[in-house]
Structure formats: structure tokens, C-alpha cells
Design a protein around this ligand. Sequence first.
Ligand SMILES: [Mg+2]
Length: 217
Amino acid sequence: MPGLCPPGHRRARWPGGQPLGSGCQPQTGTARMGRHAHYARFLRGIMGCGERRNHALLKPDLQVSGVWEIDLDCLSEKGIAGIILDIDNTLAPWGSYEIPDRIREWVEKAKSKGFGLCILTNNYSSRADWFSRELDVPAVKGWVKPWAWGYRMAMRELGTDADSSVMVGDQLFTDIRGANRLGIYSILVSPLSNRELFHTRIKRRFEKMILGDKDER
Ligand SMILES: [Mg+2]
């Protein structure tokens, strides 16, 4: 039939929508895969589904109860010079400004041992700046996890690379997965509180299944 394009092709059009002669062009990107498939791929990207080595990406290198349990000498022996820290439920209970004393002490100890520290948070608000000032460490904030650019910005602040950095956080699908994608040593801490965003509480159920643990996560 004249004017009918083969599967995977579309009629060539001007940007305004007018047909451009009778020529066909191969479809690419969103047009080829269909809008729903495109959104599905985007969501799979966020949730980490469908990626190769997905389970490996969601497996922390180390799991501890809290930041204060991380052995700084052990990190030094691994050649780690920069520590990237999550805020909510890692440095302080979710939504609060109360940094436990033992975490403050651990942070000061890390600084005295020569480690570089940087906060990496998906929190846009001035609260991230408050933590940065309070602990005197730089902060990279915005929608930065689990995306590679956020971790790269943090490593740029620290002057380290993936081999000499560690990510410390409480969430598998953001903190740990993002770090593992770049080959950064990843440490999962138990959340400091049960207060969380609604969607985080849903993700906790999946985390529990993946980790197979029976603690309070
Ligand atoms: Mg967190």
C-alpha cells in the first residue's frame, strides 16, 4: 500500500507535525519502544529491576548496626580515604536534627585519622546544609542517589576514586545500589528510627526479603 511504513519505521515529519514527503524513517528511542515501555524501563531503572547482577548490586560489602561500629583502621587498611555519608536514618533519625553523640564522636575520630567526609543526600532542603555546617563536612544534595553523578560529585569533593571511597547508608535501593554500580565499597547500617517516608516503608519490605534478615528493618 502506498505510504505505509514497515514495522519499526514512521513517516518522516517536520517538527510541526506536517508529513515530509512520503519517505519513511527508522524509529528510535521512545518512539520505537512505545511510550509505556519507555516508562516501564524508567521505573525499572529506579527500582533496579531487570539489571544484570541485580542481586549483587543490592548486596552491601558490610552490614553494621550503626555508623559508630565502622572500624576506621580497617577502612585505612583497605586503602579507603574518603567516606560518603547518607543523612536520614544514618547520621540522624529521619527528619530530625538530633545527631547521636556516638555518631558525632565517630565523625570527629574519622577526621582526626585523616579521612575525608562528604554528605550525599537526596534531601533538597536547608536541613542538608545544617548537617554540613554542624559536622563541618561538604554536602552533595538533590536527587543524587542512586545515580552515578551524585557519587562522582561526592568523590570529586573528597578527591578520591571508587577504589578509595566508601558509601555508608541505610537503604539498599539508593545508598548501596548506587555505590555498588560504581564499585564503591558499600556499608549498610540499620536505620536509626522507624519513622520514614511512605514509599521508603514499602521498600523496607523488599529490603528485608533481599537481606533475608529478621531484625527490625
Ligand atoms: Mg537514609
